[in-house]
Write a protein that binds this ligand. Structure first.
Ligand code: 76R
Length: 245
């Protein structure tokens, strides 16, 4: 059998997408809306303190299109903390106006194809425990590696997979500074094998990198993709305007 690659695993990750029930949001009084918004901002302030202490990270994006309205991305040292966040958020006033749209559970993953990096190395630590960039745009999608007939990633030998991913990384590096990617593994956690979260200042770079990578042998032969979510950053200061009705 082919040999599994060793991985380094970092913070646990929850992508939580919600649709806003604007009809009921519009029906309540201004006071109630203020209460709900204040509650949301308090949670964000609490999460900011966690991020400040480097015990996790989070980001909030407005999803474009009908798949969802907002996406929270959370990173925490344990899966328990992710469920605590989810529960606390679900109990909040603001959550009364949200309809679950989608969620994805995974863990930040670095695969060790090109030599073993030490989990203590500061550069590696930065990648395993990343403070999410609050760049203007995000694209999130899950993916698998194909396991069909002659195109079976899981029966390729280690060297061949390492070669394919090395080629892949060369495409990736051309986007240095333009696109930041966080690969999270979700084997045993969710319906796909990996989550891909891409951040960009220029939204078009998200299209360009995903398109260009389709031509990399690894994606062309072995990439299978799920639903895509694209969004724009929603900083705390803009929440009032966003939720104003
Ligand atoms: O970890 C590293 O940076 C080393 C090289 C590397 C690996 C091992 C790398 C680099 N990736 C790796 C693994 Mn990647 N990546 C994706 C997608 O849309 C698509 O076609 C694929 C989605 C993007 C956009 C992307 C970007 N990568 C992986 C894996 C795990 C495979 C496994 O373990 O079997 C997946 C699923 C995956 C998918 N990758 C890079 C990028 C970018 C931008 C880089 C360069 C990073 C840098 O060097 O700064």
């Amino acid at each position: 059998a082919a040999e599994a690659v060793k991985t380094l695993d970092g913070w646990y990750c929850l992508h939580d997408m919600r649709t806003i029930d604007w009809t009921s949001w519009k029906k309540i009084s201004n006071e109630e809306r203020i209460e709900a918004i204040d509650g949301l901002k308090e949670l964000l302030t609490k999460w900011e303190a966690v991020e400040e202490a480097e015990n996790g990270s989070h980001a909030l994006y407005k999803i474009v299109g009908q798949k969802a309205d907002v996406m929270f991305m959370f990173l925490r040292p344990t899966m328990d903390e992710l469920s605590d966040i989810e529960t606390e958020f679900n109990k909040s006033k603001f959550a009364e106006f949200l309809i679950p749209a989608h969620s994805y559970v995974s863990v930040v993953e670095l695969s060790q194809y090109s030599g073993n990096s030490s989990a203590d190395d500061p550069k590696t630590r930065e990648r395993l425990y990343p403070i999410l960039p609050k760049w203007e745009h995000v694209s999130f999608y899950p993916m698998d590696k194909r396991r069909e007939g002659d195109e079976n990633w899981y029966s390729l030998n280690f060297k061949e997979r390492a070669r394919l991913l090395y080629e892949h990384s060369k495409t990736g590096r051309q986007y240095a500074g333009e696109v930041k990617q966080i690969i999270t593994g979700s084997f045993g956690f969710d319906d796909w094998e990996w989550g891909v979260t891409l951040f960009a200042h220029d939204v078009l770079q998200l299209k360009k990198i995903v398109y260009e990578m389709r031509f990399d042998e690894v994606s062309a032969l072995y990439g299978e993709f799920g639903e895509f979510f694209v969004g724009n950053h929603l900083p705390k200061e803009k929440i009032d305007t966003y939720l104003h009705v």
